[in-house]
Ligand binder design. Structure first.
Ligand code: GLU
Length: 537
């Protein structure tokens, strides 16, 4: 049962503070890191901002996870705070080998690395839950002592029966809280006999209201709809709820930005915070991400994983821009935002509650824009030159006649001439661009089909290029070529361009002739034209 409290701002808040207030203030752990507790849209960060991305390594990082990590990163950087990566690996049976490494590696690749994590270290480690078991068992101990938790000896068989019975009656299965009512001596007896047990948290009735930075005043009467949850399993590992709460408090997390699928768990978490005498962080639940067809993102295979995009040559900044573009959380929406602009323009109070549709079909466009930005940045362009050079060598290898095409200046010129047209450097290895690296072969028949004046045209163009006196620019060539055409009797401007494009590239369609000439350079253009004249047109 999820309640949203739509009353006047402040009225529910004051009662919620009263609930947490006195007890919490007496503990040392808290309040120094307590952030927002005010009205909706207030993201004031009185204390230090500490946020975390807390994935379970039960799968490789997907778009939804990347969005959560990104929003936490942006929030931290915007407030001069700390971004933590904590691996929540307490569900041992669901761990996927390699997932933890993939998550860490992907955050680095995406340019949103954590400040504190297992590999980077930090003052509140370890940052992997399976290495923090002592902390959880002491929390469980204190909950048992204060009567907020109890031992449960129900067997799997009994729990299974309860579940089946509920389903048969068309009800939602829930634990019937039977072991809540065991006497202390019965518990001691069972423990003495070595009976296997779990520890459950005693939920209380009623909704615990809290103000979510996205969803506003919310509450979930968890005790009315769920049985008491297990907080310590019989393998000695805590469940997600306990470990999550203990760690957020221990790691001084001020704000929790996580997916909206966790919104209903927050009621349970708030009860745990209170029982442990800890102050909860401020919550902001992020709306779901959907495919354009309205299906849940995680239901799709393959293309939700970030590794898929990495392998496709998608630029991380393009992916991050797309993720933020489709959602909300920014004062305005525009394409081509770089990380510092994302940080500057991020605004939690602008995040809306409705699901965000991820327009993956726009990814090539985002990549095109960001690739152009990289080409325009000197140091990034240098890396692109290296990348492209490796691709050319791997793909074309010994077909290359002229080693000039592997020179840095040439590759850089190609990138600058084609920026804004290509969506990936790999595009430059497609057949349409093979003329950049290999000399085309053009048949006499192809030329004759284009113009009967081929020989004259090529001779005139050669003369014009040789006489350009070093002014080999697109503007100069474009106006000179127009003058050449005026001297012709039969061939129109467009056919001349087609002919030249054919001679220079092997294709009739493609970039403007002036641009092709500047890219190839004066000597190479003359060489290609001369080759045709030599073949006696
Ligand atoms: N381990 C949870 C997950 O996999 C974390 C949820 C949270 O951020 O509290 O998403």
């Amino acid at each position: 049962m999820l309640y949203r409290f739509l009353g006047k701002e402040g009225s529910v808040l004051s009662s919620s503070i009263a609930v947490f207030g006195a007890e919490s203030l007496s503990t040392g752990l808290i309040n120094q890191y307590r952030g927002v507790s005010g009205t909706r849209n207030r993201t004031s960060t009185a204390g230090e901002v500490r946020v975390r991305f807390a994935p379970s390594p039960t799968g490789f990082l997907h778009l939804g996870g990347l969005r959560t990590a990104l929003y936490n990163f942006l929030f931290a950087k915007q407030h001069g705070g700390t971004f933590i990566l904590r691996l929540e690996d307490t569900d041992r049976s669901r761990i996927v080998p390699g997932a933890a490494q993939d998550i860490q590696h992907t955050l680095e690749w995406a340019g949103i690395p954590p400040d504190e994590s297992a590999s980077r270290g930090g003052p509140y480690g370890p940052y992997v839950q399976s290495e923090r078991l002592r902390l959880y068992s002491s929390a469980v101990q204190s909950l048992l002592e204060s009567g907020h938790a109890y031992h449960c000896f129900c067997t799997n068989q009994r729990l299974e029966l309860l579940k089946r019975e509920a389903l048969r009656k068309g009800q939602t299965p829930r634990y019937d809280n039977r072991c809540r009512h065991l006497h202390a001596n019965q518990v001691q007896e069972k423990l003495g006999r070595g009976e296997p047990y779990t520890v459950r948290f005693r939920l209380h009735q009623g909704a615990e209201p809290f103000e979510d930075l996205v969803f506003g005043w919310t509450g979930h009467a968890v005790g009315e709809v769920e049985g008491d949850p297990v907080i310590l399993k019989n393998d000695g590992f805590p469940t997600y709820h306990l470990a999550n709460v203990v760690d957020d408090a221990h790691m001084r997390v001020s704000h929790v930005l996580r997916g909206a699928e966790w919104l209903t768990s927050t009621g349970k978490h708030l009860q745990l915070y209170r029982a442990l005498r800890l102050t909860p962080p401020t919550f902001a639940h992020l709306p779901l991400l959907l495919n354009p067809d309205g299906t849940k993102l995680s239901k799709r295979q393959g293309d939700v994983y970030i590794s898929h995009y990495r392998q496709q040559g998608v630029l991380p900044e393009a992916l991050l821009d797309l993720i933020t573009h489709c959602g909300s959380g920014f004062n305005s929406n525009r394409m081509g935002r770089k990380q510092d602009e994302l940080i500057g323009e991020f605004n939690v109070s602008k995040i809306v509650t409705h699901s965000a549709v991820l327009a993956l079909n726009k990814l090539p466009e985002f990549n095109r824009i960001h690739l152009q930005q990289r080409i325009e940045d000197e140091s990034q362009c240098r890396l692109l030159v290296e990348e492209l050079k490796n691709l050319i060598t791997q793909t074309l290898g010994d077909q290359i006649e002229d080693q000039e095409v592997l020179q840095r200046d040439y590759i850089q010129r190609v990138l600058h001439m084609r920026k804004g047209h290509i969506t990936s450097v790999k595009d430059l290895l497609s057949p349409a661009y093979s003329y950049l690296w290999l000399r085309p072969t053009v048949s006499r028949q192809q030329l004759e089909e284009t113009s009967s004046e081929s020989h004259d045209i090529i001779t005139l163009v050669m003369q014009c290029i040789r006489g350009c006196g070093g002014k080999f620019s697109t503007e100069f060539l474009t106006s000179e070529l127009k003058l050449v055409v005026k001297q012709l009797k039969k061939t129109k401007y467009s056919s001349v361009m087609k002919l030249l494009r054919l001679v220079l590239t092997g294709h009739q369609q493609g970039p403007a002739v002036g641009e092709i000439m500047v890219t190839l350079g004066e000597d190479e253009v003359c060489l290609r034209l001369q080759k045709l004249l030599n073949s006696e047109l």
